[in-house]
Design a protein around this ligand. Sequence first.
Ligand SMILES: [Zn+2]
Length: 320
Amino acid sequence: MLASLSLLGWPRGEPALSILIYHRVLPEPDPLRPGEIDAARFDAQVGFLARHFELMTVSDAAVALRDGRLPGKAACITFDDGYADNWTVAHPILERHGARATVFVATGYLNGGRMFSDTVIEFVRRVPGPVLDLSAVDMGVHAVATVEERLKAVTALQVQLKYLAPDERDAQVARMLSALPVGPLPDDLMLTDAQLKQLADAGHEIGGHTVDHTVLTTLSPEGARAQVLQGRDRLEALLNRPVRSFAYPNGRPQRDYDAGHAAMLRALGFEAAVSTAAGVARRGTDPFQLPRYTPWGRSVTMFAARMMRNARMGGPAAVA
Ligand SMILES: [Zn+2]
């Protein structure tokens, strides 16, 4: 049945590059992380991709696109941020299907770091119910009697923190944690240096994603350049190989990065950069603004349908 699931209706014409965004691959589904895929579904998706697409790393695909050598149906599997399960859970699945992925790493979180969104999830998972009262730190009162309520509380707290400046956000997260101590939170969510090396040695591409995951448009041009370079230097020193691709934090064109950042990456010698604008890349797409999309869909049939819909959207504007 899966094998017969063809891509009838895939847009004809010139080759198109689909780049998929993942963050984590959970060993089992987690009700507090409904947006993250689990191992079983990821296995099904990679199986489908490996059967129907030429799976490439991002920088190889960008070079093929530039040189007019892109296969008719090409796809990239990408992971953002640098989660440990990219190695412990995703890699064995990718390996089984002969697939290579591209992992974009925010280097400041390696070896025990935790992104604020994960701190919120792990905090809310551990607070006693039925009510989480954070009014003392101006973060509201949240019902947490059920899993559904906990998930709502997670979302509400993440929204409150999301748009703060990084320093302010760290301070507010610290206040939240001290308002209601819940014991130690996990420090093994992100890759270690050793795991990252193993990923690279297994043939996956490792790309840059800044040091602190700071949105580039919130920084001065010099500040943005420093975040990009320090992240790349750290990865190249660890992996002893060039880092050729980059993923913009948050990734929305104009809002999270602009043409100046794309030009900076080109000048720094990168081959490619990826955004989070949906669509597929075709010949003429700016290699420093390659579109990506998040592959939703419970079943492989739905996954395939969404991929096709994304491909029909075409791509963002070509290089001027
Ligand atoms: Zn990210």
